[in-house]
Design a protein around this ligand. Structure first.
Ligand code: UD1
Ligand code: MG
Length: 449
């Protein structure tokens, strides 16, 4: 038997009014990526041959986010069955499996999708297999109505349900697999004579049963089927995604000292024997090699940490930061678009932007690369083994040669040669006994008044 082709239809035309946002709901991020992006990746890994996204008109940014997958536009939001029909051109003549999902329910796993497809291909060839779940509060979810033998007979929307049906805790997650050979025929027969005046996809079950076909359900975990309708639910979904990312980081050989306080991005890459302290935040685009330590309260995005690097506590690594092998970036140090080469140290209270810090150079506390003159950015180049004294301002563009020493408190606006010493400090003046004289005079003056 040849494997049936699979098409996923992702419904995303809803306005998401409860988000109270100018951004379409499915573009709100989870772990630094639009929620629909998580779903698209899961569908790709699950091996779907085609994924079609249903959007409303004006949602060009959603189309851009899911590209190169095709989008179709549902002109008016007349219900979930009507939304699937917007993808009619992709379903016409297709007799494989069709799985309908929601863009705002992005946490489903590959395993669950495979279980759903396996059930659809079961021996009694069910026309519809619904992914059911048992939420804590069944509330407004559609209820799955089973027959004596435990087969799915119908889905009743909460608004239409009797008091008895409302007591059923097995609910419709919205995800369902359908036999593509009969899907369009069924969808065309779905009407809108119901409480919401909408075309309910859920009616497909009862219609398939009328046609003498069986229907079935598989049960999924609540954590995979939580939908996002509000900012509060977005936070719940984020926590679920973070739990998964933390578990996978630890399974792959990272130690998280306080896992619940570490926040990852969908694309964070960690090597082995990495230790992450409490309250560390990874924005997008961070790559961490083996044996790196990221200490407490550090904030990283777009940064690369090479083997043996130690950063933090309280380090801020911004896009383009590269911390080389065994290099150190300490507390209250901000690094942006700069490379700290092998074994170099920037340990305290510094800003290093648009710069190279050569191997084994030592950057003193409070050093600032003055990379921006209000109009454009310039580069600072610090050679290998250079020593930059504390509280130095390096006014870019400027370079400090290998092995050079800069005296503390300097403002360096000209290039410094290899092995030179440079300092711009004002000359030291001291008046012996002067302080005592001032104190005596002031005390006398105060005594008179
Ligand atoms: C739907 C199900 C309900 C299920 C619940 C799970 C129906 C009739 N009901 O109800 O059984 O328990 O989801 O969350 O299917 N959408 C469109 N175009 C439309 C209408 C909806 O794209 O015209 C999209 C929405 O963006 C959303 C999804 O379909 O992602 C579900 O729509 P929604 O209106 O939230 O359906 P529910 O009433 O929650
Ligand atoms: Mg809903």
């Amino acid at each position: 038997m040849t494997k049936k082709k699979t098409t996923a239809i992702v419904l995303a035309a809803g306005l998401g009014t409860r988000m109270k946002s100018a951004l379409p709901k499915v573009l709100h991020p989870l772990a630094g990526r639009p929620m629909i992006g998580h779903l698209m990746e899961t569908l790709e890994i699950a091996g779907f041959d085609k994924t079609v996204v249903v959007t409303a008109s004006g949602m060009d940014d959603v189309a851009a986010a899911v590209g190169p997958h095709p989008c179709v536009i549902q002109q008016e939001q007349l219900g979930t069955a009507h939304a699937v029909l917007a993808a009619r051109d992709h379903l016409d003549g297709f007799d494989g499996e069709v799985v309908v999902l929601y863009g705002d329910t992005p946490l489903i796993t590959v395993e669950t999708l495979h279980a759903l497809l396996a059930a659809r291909r079961g021996p009694d060839n069910p026309a519809v297999v619904v992914l059911g779940f048992r939420p804590d509060d069944a509330g407004a979810y559609g209820r799955l109505i089973l027959d004596q033998g435990g087969h799915l007979n119908a889905i009743v929307e909460a608004r239409e349900a009797t008091d008895g049906q409302l007591k059923i805790d097995l609910c419709n997650s919205g995800v369902m697999a359908l036999d593509g050979a009969v899907l369009l025929g069924i969808l065309n027969r779905i009407g809108n004579d119901n409480a919401k005046g909408e075309y309910y996809l859920t009616d497909a079950v009862a219609l398939a049963r009328e046609d003498g076909r069986t229907c079935a359900y598989v049960e999924g975990d609540v954590s995979e089927l939580t939908g996002v309708n509000s900012r509060a639910e977005l936070a719940v979904a984020e926590e679920i995604v973070q739990e998964r990312l933390r578990a996978s980081a630890m399974a792959n050989g990272a130690t998280l000292l306080d896992p619940k306080t570490v926040w990852f991005s969908f694309d964070t890459r960690l090597g082995r024997d990495v230790t992450i302290g409490p309250n560390v935040f990874f924005g997008p685009g961070v790559v961490v090699a083996d044996n790196v330590e990221v200490r407490a309260f550090s904030h990283l995005e777009g940064a690369t940490l090479e083997e043996g690097a130690v950063v933090g506590p309280f380090a801020r690594l911004r896009p383009g930061a590269r911390v080389g092998k065994d290099a150190r970036v300490g507390n209250f140090v901000e690094v942006k678009n700069a490379t700290i080469e092998t074994g170099a140290k920037v340990n305290h209270l510094s800003y290093v932007g648009d710069a190279r810090v050569g191997a084994k150079a030592n950057i003193g506390a409070g050093t600032i690369t003055c990379n921006y003159d209000g109009f454009s950015k310039s580069h600072t180049d610090i050679g290998a083994g250079a020593f930059i004294g504390s509280n130095t301002a390096l006014v870019a563009p400027v370079s400090v040669g290998d092995g050079a020493i800069i005296g503390a408190g300097s403002v360096i606006a000209e290039d410094v040669g290899v092995d030179s010493v440079a300092l711009t400090r004002a000359t030291h003046k001291e008046v012996k006994g002067g302080a005592k004289r001032i104190r005596n005079r002031k005390t006398r003056e105060k005594g008179k008044s």
